[in-house]
Design a protein around this ligand. Sequence first.
Ligand code: HEM
Length: 418
Amino acid sequence: MAGLLLAGQGLARLPGPAIRRVPGIGWVTGDPVVARVVLKDHRSFTMVGEGGVGDLWAQILGEWVRDLFDGPGHHDLRTRARDLFTERSAAALVAETWGPVLSDVRARLSTGEPVDVAHTARVLVGRMMIELLGIPAPDDAGNRTGPGTGTNKDPAWPDDAGALAAFRTGERLARLALGTAASTTLSPAAIAEAKLITDELTAGVPRAFRTAPPDRLLGRARELGLDLEETTGLASLLMVAGTETSASAMMRTTALLIDTGEQHRLLAGLNDHDHQNDRTSAPTGRPPSDTDPWEPVVREGLRVTSPASVIGRGVSRDVEIGGARLRAGERIMLLVWSANAAAGPFRADREYVRETRQLWFGAGRHLCLGAALARAEISALLRVLWPAEGAVPLRVVRRRAARRVVVPGYEELVVARS
Ligand code: HEM
């Protein structure tokens, strides 16, 4: 897959057909404009047919997924879930769920202690999963029988070990998708294992759905009129869509800022931003800067890492696209990372790139539902690593890439003050 993505990046820069057929894979494109056309053409392409992620889910969760993920049920779900994560609610959720862990990271860095950002990202994302899915604390026997976090705030839950375990379980689920590049039909053994994992991770959903207050995700889903089946489906989706992807973007954007030296540009920008805002109190000062210096950094981190590196779709009817004729029943892989990365190297102050827009979150009716949350998560971690006051350059003390994962990331990424 990495080879295909790199080749796709090369092809995206060269003149020639925007879409090609690769033996054993099907159609591929690294062209951002063609990719977006495919994602927006819901009549000709489907995510629940062979080649789409919905096909995997239908085998794991049941046939009802096909309607909820792509049919009229999906439209209905998205219409009602539109306000599930707004910029404001996402920022509040992150502050509340991650506050203590982030304070600890800030304190450790400021005293010169090293911090493993890869571990931290997994713990943070695991905590978010527990919060969003109302995953209850395990009892002494390791079973999850207690009430979910939506109902009963146990001050000791979630803990870091529980958060890490939740993350690893989600990762195990995603790993079952490895090897589906040629076909999204899972083996019976993989289906059985995936069912066990989703049952475990969504065990707290029915209870939290009934009892969670409206300011919790599952309570909000209930208030929006979703039923339990829809909410469980949504919870499973959130779990897979929003765990490894977010953790990967967080750790890799950190590494990118350090490796490319762009942290120095960022630090200079942060200082300017502070000065500019200081001057506003003077009578002749410029208006306060309302541009957030982190916004382009987060966007650029998402562009260059593109954690959902490939989006697959099944072709549901014959269609001509990018100069090629695709037949119903074929499949197409959108090389999202290739399309995004072709725009150039990581720059902390890069302007919005028109061609790619926010292709890292997809496009069309399946555009990432958690985009605001993902941005809030990445930004929260980066702001702690390079705080507005007293930020200094960081260095990587030690790193190790994660092996056999669907989304590239680090097993270990230890950073410290330079
Ligand atoms: C950096 C982090 C993330 C990236 C790069 C990302 C990327 C994507 C992409 C590319 C899609 C479209 C898939 C397709 O069209 O086949 C998607 C869908 C989705 N994402 Fe995200 N995502 C991220 C984080 C999250 C988070 C934090 C959540 C929620 C907790 C989330 C929830 C979803 C859901 C529910 C969908 C399915 C939407 C639908 O089918 O209507 N994602 N994401």
